[in-house]
Structures are given as C-alpha cells and as structure tokens.
Design a protein around this ligand. Structure first.
Ligand SMILES: *Cc1c(COP(=O)(O)O)cnc(C)c1O
Length: 367
C-alpha cells in the first residue's frame, strides 16, 4: 500500500521534539496564543521572507482577515482564478465582495496574467493570485497591473510554504497573504491553523486586532472583529516543524524529480512544468490524463492512493451559481478538473515507492 499522504511517517520522525513542545504548553497553560505561538510567528515571518506573520485558526480565516485588513468591502470586485480550493473565493464572499473569475494558464495552472486587465472595472479593488500546487503564480505582470491600476494584491499562499518566484518567497510579494497549516499542507499543524503574512506595518496591526476581538489593549475593542486566535498546541507543533521544513521541502522536490525522470515520455500523460522563475514546493504532484477516473481506479486496485485537486472548477460550483457561469467559460480550468490526478506526494516517499507508482501508472494507462 502506498497512501496518497502519510502523516504518520513524519510524526514518528519528530515525536520526541513534539512531546517536549506540547509539555511546555501544558506546564505554562498557554493554550491560546502565548509564547509558543509568538515564537512560531517570528520563525514563520522570517521563512516567508516578510516582516510580519500573524497566526490564526485556519487558512480560511487568514484569507478573510487579509481581505478585511486590505479594506475590501461589500460591492468591491476581487479578481481570482477559476481553479483553486473553494476557500479562496469563500473569503471574498465573507467580506461581501464579488469574485471575478479568470481562467488559468494551461501550462502553470495558475491565474493567466494577460487575461486580468480586461476584467478590471471601476469596482475592482484587488487581485488574488493562488500559488496552486506549490508553484508561484507569475507575479511580476500581476504586480505591474496592480501598481498601474491601483489595486491591492492578496496572495493565497495556502499551498506554497517556501515556494519562490525569482528568488522571492511566496507570501512576501503582494500587499498581504494567507497561509494554511491544515494537517495535509506542506507545513501542517495537528489540527487547524493559518497565518497572515505581510511587510506592511499598518496591515499587520489591523490583522492582530481582527483575530482577537478587535482589541487595541485589553478590554478596549476598537474594531468589530473575530475570535480567530491560534491555539498554543498548534504554535508548539508548528514551531518544532519549522526546524525541518526546508529538509521536507527538499524531500518533496526530490520525489518530484524522481517522478519526472520515471514518467518523462510516457504517452498519454502531461507532467507538471516547473517554470524557470519558480521554486516549486510540490504540495501536489499532479499529472493530466484523459481517462482520469479509470486510471485512478486501476491505481487504487494496485494499492496506490491518489486524489483530485479539484474535480470541479470554481465557476461550476453549485454554491456560486449566482456568478452566472456555465461550462465552457474557462476551458483550462475545466480541463484540469476533468483530467488532473494527484499522485502520492510527501517528503518521506522513497524512490522505491515512486518506482512502484510509476510502474502501476504505466500498467493502468495500458489497461
Ligand atoms: C487549504 C487551502 C485554503 C484554506 O485553508 P484552511 O486552513 O483549510 O482553512 C485556502 N486556499 C487554498 C488554495 C488552499 O489549498
């Protein structure tokens, strides 16, 4: 059996460090925020190449607060890709703004920059690129449009811990960004977690207040706000994991390189393209294959777990029918939804296991 993800392998390798860190939280009863969370915030800001990281209770909350702090309001329009996890667009809905969808690039699977400008109206306030699967969106043209048209850039970096664009870290290039520490993400808590990252002092101050009931000081609630605080245990776990994230990222990149070597030239599939500007961190190693569901079944029968990211593009989600889209509106997003197959991917995956997956995939394609 080769599962799609194996969180246990990583836990076993850091069990002793985790126990020490959790014990400390128990001993000083700092169950919400507290020193472990503060230490993690410092480490994560440095890792993301930005001045501030504010830890919250999920990636979705991080995006919500990023949009609020950036001043996005009801009636505003936010440009976002048609292929992403639903939370990107949900966060836009939370602040009462309207998502305006763009198709993705057929090679990078990220928002197609040259399609953005024609969608800008007098109500457009922000562009929200998603670094899908762990590869940076093509940020320079996006930042250029934002500068010229006076728009805010909010990065959805939920899948892109440590990913780079021309040497700059994902989450540090726009005005503000959101990360997720959902257990299956490249940096995963042992529960829910997220962080807002920004270089802007004003936005950081607002987000710190928004996550903790809008308090400027204890008992003085300046903003109508939320309980989006990170738990002490999650800060402790994530703090330990920061000591290993680079090694794990390199593990993912090695696994991806091994897949690429074994699968290059196999007819009937498309491999992920790592762009020259990118350090891809392979949250997802996704291939495209025409008879995707049948191939997934064959692999399942061979004991190999797979996944699909994501079986429905945003514009065809029932909860977003009010946007008035139909099949055919964003063909590249639709192709990904129909053909993407995520192969097992985690840092501990051995070359031997990858060889088994590649062999089983070859057999499934010929079945
Ligand atoms: C995981 C994810 C989110 C949401 O993060 P949660 O921590 O699950 O709330 C948002 N956007 C993208 C692209 C994601 O992959």
């Amino acid at each position: 059996m080769i599962p799609f993800v194996d969180l246990k392998a990583q836990y076993r390798s850091i069990k002793d460090e985790i126990n020490v860190a959790l014990d400390e939280v128990l001993e000083n009863t700092s169950f919400v925020l507290g020193p472990a969370v503060a230490r993690f915030e410092e480490k994560f800001a440095a890792y993301a190449g930005a001045k501030h990281a504010i830890a919250v209770n999920s990636g979705t909350s991080a995006l919500h607060l990023a949009l609020l702090a950036a001043g996005i309001k009801p009636g505003d329009e936010v440009i976002a890709p048609a292929m992403t996890f639903v939370a990107t667009v949900a966060a836009i809905n939370y602040v009462g703004a309207k998502p305006v969808l763009v198709d993705i690039d057929p090679v990078t699977y990220n928002i197609a920059p040259f399609k953005i400008e024609e969608l800008i109206t007098k109500n457009t306030r922000a562009i929200m690129p998603v670094h899908l699967y762990g590869q940076s969106a093509d940020m320079d043209p996006i930042l250029d449009i934002a500068r010229r048209r006076n728009l805010v850039v909010i990065e959805d970096a939920a899948q892109a811990h440590g990913a780079e664009y021309k040497g700059r870290r994902c989450g540090s290039m726009g005005d503000i960004s959101g990360f997720s520490f959902y257990p299956g993400k490249n940096l995963g808590a042992y529960g829910e977690g997220g962080a807002v990252v920004t270089n802007r002092d004003d936005l950081a101050k607002t987000v710190r207040m928004l996550r903790d009931w809008g308090q400027e000081k204890k008992g003085v609630h300046v903003l109508k706000a939320f309980n989006y605080r990170m738990e002490g245990f999650q800060g402790a776990v994530l703090g330990v994991k920061m000591n290993h994230i680079e090694a794990w990222t390199e593990g993912r990149r090695r696994a991806a390189a091994t897949y690429n070597r074994l699968l290059r030239g196999v007819p009937g599939i498309a491999l992920p393209a790592e762009m020259p500007y990118a350090r891809h961190v392979y949250h997802v190693y996704g291939i495209l294959v025409k008879n995707r569901d049948a191939v997934a079944h064959e692999l399942q029968d061979a004991g190999i777990g797979t996944n699909v990211h994501y079986p429905n593009p945003i514009h065809l989600q029932p909860c977003l029918s009010e946007l008035g889209h139909k099949r055919g509106d964003f063909p590249n997003a639709e192709r990904l939804a129909d053909e993407e197959l995520s192969l097992p991917m985690y840092p501990e995956l051995t070359d031997e296991q990858i060889t088994q997956v590649a062999a089983a995939l070859g057999a499934a394609l010929n079945a």
